[in-house]
Design a protein around this ligand. Structure first.
Ligand SMILES: [Zn+2]
Length: 376
């Protein structure tokens, strides 16, 4: 395999694919898959670039899923080397997307090339589901492709998402589920007035203070065998008119729940409504559900990935449902077994994002071993 994973990762990093722009990443991937006789369906929608590609037929239908988009680099002056110029330094490859998740995409392609070279007729179907909108709104990315696949009755049995799940060394952690994510914007209404005449106003900051204190003390649940406890974080509070002599008319609070299967979005929304009532607050609440929690119970796919990691790297791969949301939230509800496994995530979304060069070929070997076990 020489340096093929490194080479392709570098090519992908050179594409300035800041979400939802693809900037040629998917051309590179499609060219490699076309050479392997994959049938490719482009599923672009608005400014999002997507494709679904398959080789073989029948079941099991195994899908490699991933995204070509990256988060913005931020201030370029903060980077030791330019974010879209792949740079090797001290055994690491630096560049935006090096870990999240251009190296995984390259590893999936190389694993597939090696696997197809040995097994030109795989058992079942091997597919790629690739989007350029995972880091952004995610409206017309994987969600849209999944709608299309559901319409044509194409339901995956097994799926690996290449998100960077490893914490300190390659393969130490896989995700077999994700917590739910629910965003809330609470507008607490008062009456604007002069600070010198508080009896003629109604200060929403003062009214909200005990409610917010109460909110942050609540233990929502204690988690369960597969999930850590549900947590609520307030991410922003805004009030004030900009003048120091004005009581503002409203206070806006943004918050986010990361929740276990002990909860549902409906239950959490109800709990907030009751708490607002208890504190006699006049409030308007707007909810946006990013995704309900999903879980793949330990079984064929988790066992296969864990065995591959143990055999290739002598590392025990722990199951985890921690971390942020991923596109697994759209694919898992189709009813397939889904795990996420990829490189070390210590630098993702940061300045000087990087991946260990020594991890690149082993990541491809893990993916290839899984294909060998499931589709050979
Ligand atoms: Zn990612």
């Amino acid at each position: 395999m020489s340096d093929s994973v490194l080479d392709l990762t570098c090519e992908l990093i050179r594409c300035r694919s800041v979400t939802p722009v693809d900037d040629g990443c998917q051309d590179l991937l499609r060219a490699r898959l076309t050479a392997l006789r994959f049938a490719i369906t482009r599923l672009d929608k608005q400014d999002v670039t997507n494709f679904y590609a398959t080789v073989g037929s029948g079941s099991p239908l195994f899908v490699f899923a991933g995204h070509t988009d990256v988060v913005p680099p931020g201030d370029l002056a903060d980077w030791a080397s330019p974010p879209f110029e792949p740079t090797l330094r001290d055994g690491y490859l630096f560049g935006r997307g090096a870990a999240d998740m251009k190296s995984s995409l390259a590893a999936m392609i190389v694993a597939t090339e090696n696997f197809i070279a040995k097994h030109p007729q795989p058992r079942g179907t091997l597919a790629f589901l690739i989007t350029s909108d995972e880091e952004g709104a995610a409206e017309y990315g994987t969600r849209y492709v999944v709608e299309h696949l559901t319409e044509i009755g194409c339901i995956p049995d097994l799926c690996i998402v290449g998100e960077p799940t490893s914490s300190t060394r390659l393969g130490d952690t896989l995700r077999n589920g994700r917590r739910g994510s629910l965003n809330g914007t609470l507008t607490i209404h008062g009456v604007q007035g002069h600070v010198a005449y508080p009896d003629l106003a109604d200060n929403p900051i003062h009214r909200a203070a005990p409610f917010l204190a109460h909110l942050t003390r609540i233990e929502w649940d204690t988690g369960n065998d597969h999930y850590p406890p549900t947590s609520l974080q307030i991410s922003n509070i805004a009030a004030g008119t900009g003048a120091s002599n004005v009581i503002p008319g409203r206070l806006i609070v943004d918050c986010n729940f990361r929740y276990s299967t002990e909860q549902s979005a409906a239950k959490l929304q109800q709990a907030i409504a009751e708490l607002l009532d208890e504190h006699a607050l006049d409030a308007t609440v707007h909810w946006q559900l990013a995704g309900e929690p999903f879980l793949t119970r330990p079984g064929t796919l988790t066992d296969t990935v864990q065995r591959a990691v143990r055999q290739l790297l002598a590392t025990e791969c722990a199951l985890s449902t921690a971390g942020g949301t991923s596109d697994g939230r759209f694919i898992a509800p189709m009813g397939c077994e889904l795990v996420e496994i990829g490189p070390v995530n210590a630098t993702i979304h940061k300045v000087d994002e990087c991946v260990s060069v020594a991890d690149l070929q082993p990541l491809a070997q893990i993916y290839e071993r899984v294909l060998e076990e499931l589709l050979a």
